[in-house]
Design a protein around this ligand. Sequence first.
Ligand code: URP
Ligand code: ZN
Ligand code: ZN
Length: 471
Amino acid sequence: MRKIIKNGTIVTAADIYNADILIENGVISQIGQHLSTDGSEMIDAEGHYIFPGGVDPHTHLEMPFGGTVTKDDFETGTIAAAFGGTTSIIDFCLTNKGEPLKDAIDTWHAKAKGKAVIDYGFHLMIGEVNDTVLSELPSVIEEEGISSFKVFMAYKNVLQADDETLFQTLVAAKELGALVMVHAENGDVIDYLVKKALKEGNIDPIFHAFTRPAEIEGEATGRAATFTGLSNSQIYIVHVTCEEAVRQIAEARNNGVDIWGETCPQYLVLDQTYLERENFEGAKYVWSPPLREKRHQDILWNALKTGQLHTIGSDQCSFDFNGQKDLGKDDFSKIPNGGPHIEDRLSILFSEGVTKGRLSLNQFVDITSTRAAKLFGLYPQKGTIAVGVDADIVIFDPNSERIISAESHQMAVDYSAYEGMKVTGEPVSVLSRGEFVVRDKKFVGKLGSGQYLKRAKYNISNESEDKTYTI
Ligand code: URP
Ligand code: ZN
Ligand code: ZN
């Protein structure tokens, strides 16, 4: 059935205007003033913003990690995402050395099938590069539509790849048209610091932060940027947390390196003191890179505002406090790394960013939706409101206030990292390809309705951006 959204204020990364939106067959078929409602279901959005559905480029759903599996899967994770205003996610498909890449991708398809309620794509982890891997990569891009590769510079003996692998991945990505994503921390130095801390009897969650200092995130970011420049390739630094890394990205961009940066809501509003919470509560905030000293938050906000950082990923990687985080009760290095953020990504950015005057409305849309869609080959099908594109739409009440709590959240995980935080602004209704997934804050979607997104090759470069940055 045709739907028409009336009386709302449409906000894209470029414009703010009042118009009606007609939706037919899952796509936006008309945008205009006083469109006829004949034969259409009328949705009144008076007093609300109409945003393009959020694009979350960084999730880990049902992922084996840290001796367990992330609590939220493609069912609870995508339902939570939809409540939070996200209509597309790109999840990380892990690979095992020696295993055909196709098998890893099939494993990830099986996780999502019949569960996802919003559209989803995959990034592919690269842990080794050899002739077999190189022969498989073209079909990963052309047939699977996976145009982004993830390399971990940390998690020694688990996910970490060496510098040769990173460099080879960058070279291959350049040739094939993929964007390389890196977790930038120096895993070797972390490994040394962790062993030393444990030897000295330091077992509490705060030592997770002390053994992963900002300097080594800056060092790895700089190394990745250098390799990118040298290979004339393209790179996206995931979950940037600190001044040291922002500086490296800004400097590389000034030098013409095609480098992009993502931060996450947790680094914008939480800080290292959370890891000091008593009764092992600090474990709730153990993820990597770690939360930093508060002074880094202003630097991250400023970097988003001035275009040194470009997107917000949730890095959704949830583990229960009881039964999962407590694997590290007597040894902080055994606490599964990750936290629950998929649901509150837009609310936190709107409340702390837009309502506090740190970001414009257009920047909010760009950072939560449009830029990720462009970088990861989904634009304009996703990431904007325009005639002919998927009707992925968020009807957002900018004045509603709520307190974030595990009591009311949709995620399956047993705690909220933002418990008690008051946020202004929330999605009221969310449509995926023209169908309501959330209507008046209630779930009305269908399990399995989410479609797999085959993505286009990487095709933007930092050359079109203003490249003179200071912090
Ligand atoms: O601690 C985190 N961030 N867990 C998820 C894996 C990763 O590093 O992104
Ligand atoms: Zn990471
Ligand atoms: Zn992650």
